[in-house]
Write a protein that binds this ligand. Sequence first.
Ligand SMILES: [Zn+2]
Length: 222
Amino acid sequence: MTLIDNNILTCPNCTKCVQTLEILSYHIFESVLFSDGKADTTPIIPNISRILICPECNKEFWKDDAEQTVDTKIDTYNIRSVLSPSDLFAVRNSEDLLGQARYYYKLLKENFANNNEKEIYLRMLLWHELNDIVRYNIPVKVTILDERELLLRDNLLHLIKIFNPSYEEEKLLLAEMYRELGEFDFAQTILEAIREQDFIGKRNELFRACNSKSVRVFKLKN
Ligand SMILES: [Zn+2]
């Protein structure tokens, strides 16, 4: 069962009230996991973006930075709903495959993510977005692939500098970042240190991908 609740937030940019839907619980029937940590689920997980766009001033803000209105008597009828970045790019065409990635990149350049934790979150979104272009094996123009490659490289080099894994699952992600950069030795050194039984299957799959010098994101079997 999916439980949804309405939340009233104050936009930190223009101080107007906006509303957002909160997903309290939902049930996932099926999940396909990829080497970069992205999971495609059935049904699709409702949007839980931490980056929101104010419908009043059209500026982005972090959900964590927005104050929540606790007044339960507030009339929500005239309060407009926030958007998330994926709403802006909901309709895709082959010319605009990089639209959302360029948007995330612009936010990074504007220092929208003003601490390491936020920057890691935003760079992870950008990483998954760039990988989506090749993830589903659809035909893509060479010019788009070239630009994707440049953005991916730049993003992963920055991400590696600030991503400090503490759990085995995060170590798998770090190894994957190095693998996608073609740094197979670094990736394998990290993978060799993974010992937890739950992650051995995934570790071996990434290890094999390094052996075959593959840099492409792939669907995990384990
Ligand atoms: Zn606003």
